[in-house]
Write a protein that binds this ligand. Structure first.
Ligand SMILES: *Cc1c(COP(=O)(O)O)cnc(C)c1O
Length: 416
């Protein structure tokens, strides 16, 4: 029997075939993949996973594809870094960073979801792929489509960082820059998706796409020696990643691959776009859409598709949410770089900033085994930190100049 049973409406439970559909035609609820866990349980084991490929596809038994990974075979299985310096700075005993800044091939966590989405899109017979993106998704869809020989359209907001725009153009997809923010892009793409027979990875393929995020939970547990952490801190844009980390942990427990999950799922946003975190902090179980204004552009979704479910996952796990200012984002990026040697993008600054706040507030305790998800690479968002890192010390190419600069009491720059 196949591991995928159906697509099922998250609201009313109506079931659909596993095709390129994403909303329930009865109640307009979002669809998600339903698995044959009884079948999966018979074959999956820690041993089988450990003997699998050194990529997220070692968890293929829990991913929504029928055959092998035809697109994105190297995504995932990124380092789990024991962050001793940052832990000491924050006053934590055991802190880890899940480092998706080095994900393959486009340096963000989006390579996971795109590998699943395009593999599934191919199985469903699509030749053209597309996405509505805050930046990283477009980069990943464009790169994977190039390698897979698929036609590609990416839609991005008009104010993206230079490296994220270039990181599309280089693969030669059709790059459509929409004069508006992500929410405008997304609305437009929903209309286009209804007209054209394309695989929009985060629209009609979204039920499959979103499942790719579960691999961050699986890797976390395996890399901690088959333990679930006490606390995780997750950056939120649509909120999908956060909900899937919760789902992934619960699947591992249900399958007996981890004995206990007491993990608290904490969500992080930037103040300038914090509809989900604001709802949590004000005790609401619904969010109010906002107009984004933050340097954390990869998280700038004002009307988050999974906001409601993210609030639910955080509540179920007894986690928390918080937000940080743009200045705190920059501080977070610098702190991470200077303690652990990891250069994260703005989303990483959001995660570190919120981690810091939650520790300060006593929500994350010293003895809690904590994992922070670092989801994107700092070389893609240089604009955010360029004015906050100083300049190199400039000298003439002579020993005299060097000695004069460093021994004559001149205070150098280069350190801020
Ligand atoms: C897309 C993205 C996220 C989170 O996205 P969700 O829509 O909440 O799943 C986090 N970090 C980075 C760098 C991203 O690009």
């Amino acid at each position: 029997m196949a591991k995928m049973k159906a697509l099922v409406c998250r609201e009313c439970g109506k079931e659909y075939p596993t095709k390129a559909i994403h909303v329930c035609d009865m109640c307009f609820g979002p669809l998600e993949v339903k698995y044959n866990y009884e079948e999966i349980k018979k074959t999956i084991s820690r041993r089988k996973i450990e003997d699998g490929p050194l990529s997220m596809w070692r968890y293929i038994d829990l991913l929504p594809v029928e055959g092998a990974a035809t697109v994105g075979p190297h995504a995932g299985f990124t380092p789990m870094v024991r962050a001793r310096n940052l832990a000491a700075y924050l006053g934590l005993d055991e802190l880890y960073l899940k480092n998706d800044t080095v994900n393959h091939p486009t340096l963000s966590f989006k390579d996971r979801v795109v590998a699943v989405a395009l593999t599934r899109a191919r199985e469903l017979g699509f030749e053209t792929v597309a996405c509505a993106s805050t930046g990283n998704l477009a980069n990943s869809v464009a790169a994977h489509a190039a390698a897979a020989g698929m036609q590609c359209y990416v839609f991005i907001p008009g104010d993206l960082e230079a490296a994220k725009v270039l990181g599309n153009l280089i693969y030669r997809p059709t790059v459509v820059e929409v004069e508006g923010n992500y929410d405008d892009v997304n609305r437009l793409c929903s209309e286009i998706a209804a007209e054209h027979h394309w695989a929009f990875v985060n629209i009609n393929i979204r039920p499959y796409y979103a499942e790719g995020s579960k691999t961050l939970a699986y890797e976390t547990v395996e890399q901690l020696g088959w333990r679930a952490p006490d606390q995780v801190v997750v950056p939120m844009a649509s909120g999908s990643l956060l909900t899937k980390i919760w789902k992934g942990l619960n699947e591992l427990r249900a399958l007996g691959l981890v004995s206990e999950v007491r993990t608290r799922i904490n969500g992080a946003q930037a103040e300038g776009c914090s509809p989900i975190a604001a709802a949590y902090m004000e005790g609401r179980d619904f969010f109010r859409p906002v107009k984004p204004k933050t340097i954390a552009k990869s998280l700038a979704i004002g009307n988050p598709a999974d906001g409601y479910y993210a609030l639910k996952a955080t509540a179920e796990s007894r986690g928390a949410m918080d937000m940080v200012s743009d200045d705190e984002v920059v501080e977070g990026i610098k702190l991470l770089a200077q303690t652990e040697g990891i250069f994260a993008e703005t989303a990483g600054g959001v995660t570190i900033g919120v981690l810091r706040k939650l520790v300060k507030q006593g929500i994350i305790k010293k003895s809690d085994v904590t994992v922070a998800y670092i989801t994107g690479n700092g070389l893609k968002t240089q604009e955010a930190v360029i004015d906050a890192v100083g300049r190199p010390v400039r000298i003439q190419p002579s020993l005299v100049s060097f000695e004069r600069t460093f021994k004559m009491g001149t205070t150098g720059g280069g350190i801020t």
